[in-house]
Design a protein around this ligand. Structure first.
Ligand code: PLP
Ligand code: COI
Length: 359
């Protein structure tokens, strides 16, 4: 893929204090764009100054939500390198999202090349304070000006990047999670297993309700029996019960998280027993009550490894591990971020150095 670059002649002021960065408010000087037209395929890959997009009010994405996105991060190395973490996994998952939404695929190597090129051009924007990173948001949406319900014939692939701090305002402090028993997020056969904007739109009502009660996020139950644990709004969920690390199996309605997969590898490498299976909310509450529930944490690109300190289900509030960060949660956070930042060995070959081409 031949990417042309139009440099931004009016660069923005970079954040001065990296350590006070919040999540997702500031954007770098450039963005990646590539168009698609039926019969022509993907064309004109380019990096241009970050700015507003122009779109017909009839663009199909605005009416029927044909849109998918990805979430990744770039991390700074000790000697000025920029690292990505398992970008091939995002490229693969992006195509699985495209398939489900009838969006044309992007070859995996082109997806990774586009992300690398934007990070290369904006490499000076990668923050260096602990806990910060350059959050990368690739997304594709339907642009055809047409009100019929059908797959669009034109699309835009866009990548933007945002120097960001911790996803939760509390940083690496235990979060409070609300187990939702009224609304559901996804069912098998739907699109819970992909990253589509619509999955997040449908979750807002429960998240607002949880926030109003002082909870950071919602833990979703399965959409049929409302009994089995699925995942949290922006992360997969793990439990340590009686020494075993448990996480819900990939059943078609939860996102196959890249951090989830990485944490499972790390736990197995540490010699811990792991199980991917159905976990009912009753099993969880029983474990909390009999003292066998040792730790709960969520995993995600934005959330990294986040300890969960409180769980609310109906009228019950459970406190997990005295609402402190558990030793396994801390160890996984340190190991994962150590690999991502180039501070530890990378036995699985997950860390990718962004080549210097444009930056
Ligand atoms: N589940 C949901 C609903 C998410 O939005 C995310 C975030 O991307 C995750 C899980 C974790 O996925 P990953 O580890 O690939 O970021
Ligand atoms: C990510 O972790 O990359 C996500 O996409 C979560 C997001 C919805 C903030």
């Amino acid at each position: 893929m031949n990417i042309r670059v139009v440099k931004n002649n009016h660069p923005s002021q970079k954040p001065v204090a990296d350590q006070s960065l919040s999540f997702g408010h500031i954007f770098t000087d450039h963005m990646f764009l590539m168009n698609y037209e039926e019969g022509r395929g993907w064309f004109d890959p380019r990096i241009v100054p970050f700015g507003d997009l122009s779109l017909s009010p009839a663009a199909m994405v605005l009416h029927y939500g044909q849109e998918m996105f990805e979430g990744m991060k770039a991390y700074p190395g000790k000697n000025g390198e920029a690292y990505l973490f398992r970008p091939d996994m995002n490229a693969k998952r992006s195509n699985s999202s495209c398939d489900r939404l009838c969006i044309p695929r992007i070859p995996e190597e082109d997806f990774v090349q586009a992300v690398e090129a934007l990070v290369d051009v904006d490499r000076d924007w990668i923050p260096t304070a602990p806990g910060t990173s350059l959050y990368i948001r690739p997304f594709i949406f339907a642009t055809d000006p047409f009100l019929g319900v059908a797959p669009s014939r034109t699309y835009l692939f866009c990548i933007i990047a945002s120097p960001s701090g911790a996803y939760y305002q509390s940083g690496l402090a235990p979060v409070k999670i609300w187990i939702e028993d009224e609304y559901v997020r996804a069912v098998r056969g739907g699109m819970g297993y992909i990253k589509a904007g619509g999955n997040y739109a449908v979750s807002l009502i429960a998240q607002v309700k949880a926030h109003d009660d002082g909870y950071s996020q919602v833990l979703w139950l399965d959409g049929v029996e409302r009994r089995y644990i699925e995942e949290v709004g922006a992360m997969n969920i793990f439990f340590k019960i009686n020494g075993t690390v448990l996480t819900p199996m990939l059943n078609g309605s939860i996102l196959p998280g890249i951090t989830r997969d990485s944490v499972l590898h790390l736990c197995r490498q540490m010699g811990l027993p792991t199980e991917e299976r159905r976990i009912s909310v009753d099993e969880l509450i029983a474990a909390a009550k009999d003292g066998s529930l040792e730790e709960i944490f969520g995993t995600g690109t934005a959330a990294v490894v986040s300890p969960v300190g409180h769980l609310r289900y109906k009228d019950e509030v459970l406190t997990v591990g005295n609402a402190q960060i558990g030793p396994l949660t801390q160890k996984l956070y340190d190991t994962l971020t150590g690999i991502q930042w180039g501070l530890r060995d990378d036995p699985f070959g997950w860390r990718v150095t962004v080549p210097h081409r444009f930056g």
